[in-house]
Design a protein around this ligand. Structure first.
Ligand SMILES: [Zn+2]
Length: 112
């Protein structure tokens, strides 16, 4: 069915972005959005929802035919996600439900 992922992207005002920084590396959110690169691992946890939005933006750029600037970042995010999915599957296989639940909570926190 026809589906435009771009419809789901709502840009944040720049001044709001500038006031939000990663507590670990101090990288401002607007820089991450501009460069498409995060400063450290904590950025992923801090800016999970914004990175999700960037990913959707990336999709709409790809679909509109222009060259993606932050494809590596996008790939890193997707890899991190599938790595966690794999860990959850592993934990379930070991019947380590506590670990599986922890990883799921982590993922939910990223997606909120
Ligand atoms: Zn950081």
């Amino acid at each position: 069915m026809p589906f435009d992922v771009g419809d789901f992207f709502i840009p944040l005002p720049d001044d709001l972005d500038a006031s939000i920084v990663c507590p670990a590396c101090g990288r401002p959110l607007h820089e991450i959005r501009l460069s498409g690169r995060v400063g450290c691992e904590t950025c992923y946890f801090e800016f999970g929802s914004e990175l999700q939005a960037m990913k959707r933006e990336e999709f709409s750029r790809v679909h509109s035919g222009s060259l993606p600037e932050s494809l590596d970042t996008l790939r890193t995010i997707i890899n991190a996600k599938s790595e966690r999915r794999r860990k959850i599957a592993d934990a379930l296989q070991r019947e380590d439900y506590e670990e599986a639940a922890r990883l799921r909570d982590e993922e939910a926190a990223d997606d909120n």
